[in-house]
Write a protein that binds this ligand. Sequence first.
Ligand code: FES
Length: 154
Amino acid sequence: MSPTDHVSAVLAGAAARQDQLLPALHAIQDQLGFVPPDALPAIAAAFNLSRAEVHGVITFYHYFRTTPPARHVVQICRAESCQSMGGDALLAHAEAALGCKLHAHSADGQFALAPVFCLGQCAVSPAIMVNDAVHARVTPGRFDTLIAKAREAA
Ligand code: FES
């Protein structure tokens, strides 16, 4: 089923009431991983809204993505304990290694780099999370190893 078909199926099953816009956007993102920008006209028409109104809703809620998600999410703890234990240097290394800043995707689109505020590993800072796994006492070298393993697992 193509992304357009997924969107069409969600819209066909939704009541044409404006209060059903958010559930429909959630359903689309649940199925596709993001809300395709080219689906905006169909979504707007289904709920009798303007494209600008739908765009406004999508961009208001940070939860919604308009680009496909990265295959791996790397979260770097930015809270106090981790910062005091080399978190800034680790972040700088991560940005250089992935070739992107926080809140962005690596150049190859494989990794999303995001901040997180405390992973409950303060005693063994600095901590990061790669997908669903938490890692403590992360050095730049260990970071590179974790990224390489994630690439291999993909
Ligand atoms: S401050 Fe980083 S894990 Fe708690």
